[in-house]
Design a protein around this ligand. Structure first.
Ligand code: BGC
Length: 369
């Protein structure tokens, strides 16, 4: 298989000039079989995905991986570049789920199989498959952690909530999962939301419509941006009084935003203790957990997600139908999906979950017990 691919690559290189004459032509043999497009190199999460992809794909197919740097225009360009190289499968994690529909459609037009990776591309039928973590469970795990750390019988616990970017379908799934667990404890007065009038207005409702979640997310969004998260936390703390502080609970959507938000809460003299969630098991957040600066993270084993995406791609290249385990509706179709479970990591299991399991070397961290 590998040898044949190499021969084809060499032949197509020779024929390149001639092939240009048939521009866009399916006659042109493939130089790159699988194109991968990831949202940004600026977050450790996606650099981790890059590393794991390059490991997993060694020798399996001709692959090219490009980053969109938080820009849907660049993402579309990346897809077009990969199309000119003759890709047969596109694995894409969209910067903005709805905006990426145009890129998916361009790929589909060339007969390319489109695999949405981690984040779902919405509002188009041009997505063939979806590989994802169980994102609703991520939100549930975050909220459950906060609930588990309540003091027995104590009511009125201050709760600060933050969300991801509204352009990312996952931000809704994470919030939905968290809300399912938190809402009963908000409705009965155990938690009191301190930073969202929209969430307070909906606090008696357990199952929120997407538009209702949209209103809350619009108010508490971090845009997945560390600086936005920091500013929002600082503004919330300025607006809050000393009695809104003390022992506080913070729903932070991921590790990058958790570190920024935690730094702000740690600086506030009226905050005596804080519990803050995260996700991704990013190296800097694992250090924060070891140091007691972040309370938990949700570990999403990127090796599994990558393995599933690569298996799907190689199945497609081999003319086989990939295995899926369910589906996700993207507002235009039920996209066949393969889903992976997640694990809660806190100080007490950080070593077992991430070091002893071989995910990270111990030498990445200091103070590990
Ligand atoms: C991913 C998270 C990530 C976030 C920000 C989400 O779609 O599922 O793992 O932290 O985007 O990049």
């Amino acid at each position: 298989m590998k040898k044949i691919t190499k021969v084809i690559v060499a032949a197509s290189a020779l024929l390149m000039v001639a092939s240009v004459a048939f521009a866009g032509g399916s006659q042109q043999k493939s130089k790159v079989d699988v194109g991968i497009v990831l949202p940004t190199k600026d977050e450790p999460r996606w650099v981790q995905d890059e590393t794991r992809f390059l490991d997993a794909l060694k020798g399996q197919a001709n692959v090219e991986l490009l980053f969109s740097q938080g820009d849907s225009g660049k993402e579309k360009q990346n897809v077009e570049t990969l199309l000119t190289k003759g890709i047969k499968v596109l694995i894409i994690c969209p910067q903005d789920g709805a905006a990426a529909a145009a890129a998916a459609e361009a790929a589909k037009k060339e007969g390319v199989t489109v695999i949405s990776y981690d984040r779902l591309i919405t509002n188009t039928t041009a997505v063939d498959y979806y590989v994802t973590f169980d994102s609703v469970s991520v939100g549930k795990a975050q909220a459950q952690y906060l609930v588990n750390n309540l003091e027995a019988g104590k009511m009125g616990n201050p709760l600060y909530i933050y969300a991801g970017a509204a352009s990312d379908n996952n931000a809704f799934l994470f919030f939905q999962g968290a809300w399912e667990v938190l809402q009963p404890k908000i409705a009965d007065g155990t938690f009191v939301i301190k930073n969202s009038s929209e969430a307070i207005a909906l606090q008696s409702k357990k199952n929120l419509e997407r538009t209702e979640m949209g209103k809350i997310i619009g108010q508490i969004t971090t845009n997945w941006d560390f600086n936005d998260a920091k500013k929002k936390a600082a503004d919330n703390l300025t607006a809050a009084t000393a009695k809104d502080k003390g022992r506080v609970y913070i729903l932070a959507p991921n590790d990058g935003t958790a570190r920024s938000i935690a730094d702000e809460f740690a600086k506030d003299k009226d905050v005596t203790k804080y519990f803050i969630t995260g996700q991704d098991a990013e190296i800097p957040s694992i250090q924060y957990i070891i140091d007691g600066k972040q309370s938990m993270t949700v570990f999403k084993d990127v090796r599994t997600l990558v393995r599933d995406a690569v298996k799907m791609a190689t199945d497609v290249l081999a003319g086989k139908t990939p295995v899926t385990t369910g589906s996700y509706n993207n507002n235009k179709k039920d996209v066949p999906a393969k889903q992976t479970e997640v694990i809660t990591v806190e100080q007490k299991n950080v070593k077992a979950a991430l070091i002893d399991s071989g995910y990270y070397p111990a030498s990445n961290f200091t103070g590990l017990k």
